[in-house]
Design a binder for this molecule. Structure first.
Ligand code: ACO
Length: 312
């Protein structure tokens, strides 16, 4: 069986910066509360003319560039999203057209904030068994369109953006070494999109409890499955929801602060985009290097979770 790994990464965030101080004008909140409870300082918001597929496309173009591939080289496009432009055609279909990826098949998958992990592992199966060579995996969200801008419990948390990864066969010992995916639907009531008003509803405390347990546990599980020790981890890319939840994973792995992605400060929680954006940024700034052991770990509505240990 072939190993599946990352050939290139890219990301895109909208230009419009919305700070905690801007948020103070909208709801009864303050910068200090948001920063100390979540680590978020600002987030990016997409304009009306930019939907999820436009951001996904921008991230995909950058990932293709980094992997030295052309759109025609892509066999499959998988987009993890809970905020598609419309249920169909899928965001994947739309990105395929924008790219001119004429040889690809495309679809979306939905696993909330853990969606990108589900996408990576789906891609891995096609690459490992030899069915496809190049799979474009994208996490893209315009959460601002399902955010209740009058609800301070949720609106301070979310932002818009997209991250993309081109995956393909890599040499032995590299790429995805192990993974874990999980779902606990009994927790769905704590985090969901309401059918009546289409807004995100969340019981923050319950989600927090679940996440501080699951993120460290899944991180350790994938290391054990890969036969790796905590000392061998070079970088941690946790879902960027809340710095305190991310810290729980980092402390369990006993790695220093500088070895963890922290884009939550600048982008807030971008759901399925958060992991690929953080991955792409830290490849770009040189913190993730060739041969590094990287742990990616996410959780989200469903409740879902997913983790991967890989050698970059
Ligand atoms: N500004 C000021 N006060 C606020 C705000 C706000 N934006 N939001 C809530 N509060 C108030 C509440 O009304 C409550 O007041 P009360 O005690 O008088 O009722 C109090 O602050 C809540 O305090 P805590 O519950 O102690 O806040 P906590 O430390 O739990 O932080 C938070 C809340 C940040 C939401 C936290 O629970 C959390 O991060 N949970 C996980 C959320 C998450 O990650 N969700 C997304 C995951 S999946 C996905 O991305 C879709």
């Amino acid at each position: 069986m072939r190993n599946a790994g990352i050939l290139g990464t890219g990301h895109y965030v909208p230009d419009r910066v919305f700070t905690n101080f801007d948020m103070e004008q909208l709801v009864e909140t303050n910068d200090e509360w948001i920063r100390t409870r979540t680590g978020i300082e600002e987030r990016r918001l997409a304009t009306d003319d930019m939907d999820t597929s436009n951001m996904a496309y921008e991230a995909a173009v950058r990932a293709l560039e980094k992997s030295n591939l052309k759109p025609e080289d892509i066999d499959l496009i998988l987009v993890a999203t809970v905020t598609p432009d419309s249920p169909f055609p899928s965001v994947g279909n739309r990105v395929q057209e924008l790219l001119g990826a004429t040889n690809a098949a495309s679809m979306d998958l939905s696993a909330a904030c853990a969606g990108f992990m589900y996408g990576m592992i789906t891609a891995q199966q096609f690459i490992q068994n030899g069915a496809y060579d190049h799979v474009l995996v994208i996490g893209a969200e315009k959460l601002s369109k399902i955010t209740d801008w009058t609800d301070r419990n949720t609106c301070v948390l979310f932002g818009d953006g997209a991250g993309a990864t081109v995956m393909g066969p890599v040499s032995e010992g590299k790429g995805i070494l192990s993974f874990e995916l999980g779902t606990d639907p009994t927790g769905a009531k704590h985090l969901y999109q309401c059918k009546e008003d289409n807004f995100i509803k969340m019981n923050g405390r319950e989600v927090f409890k679940f996440a501080v347990r699951q993120m460290p546990e899944s991180s350790i599980n994938v290391l054990e499955k890969a036969g790796l020790t905590k000392e061998e981890v070079d970088f941690l890319v946790p879902h960027q929801a809340n710095i305190r939840i991310m810290e729980a994973a980092r402390q369990r792995l006993e790695i220093p602060e500088e070895k963890m992605a922290t884009s939550v400060k600048r982008y807030g929680n971008t759901s399925s985009s958060s992991i690929p954006i953080a991955l792409s940024e830290n490849v770009e700034n040189g913190k993730i290097k060739d041969n590094d052991v990287v742990v990616l770990v996410g959780f989200g509505g469903g409740l879902t979770w997913g983790a991967v240990a890989l050698r970059y």
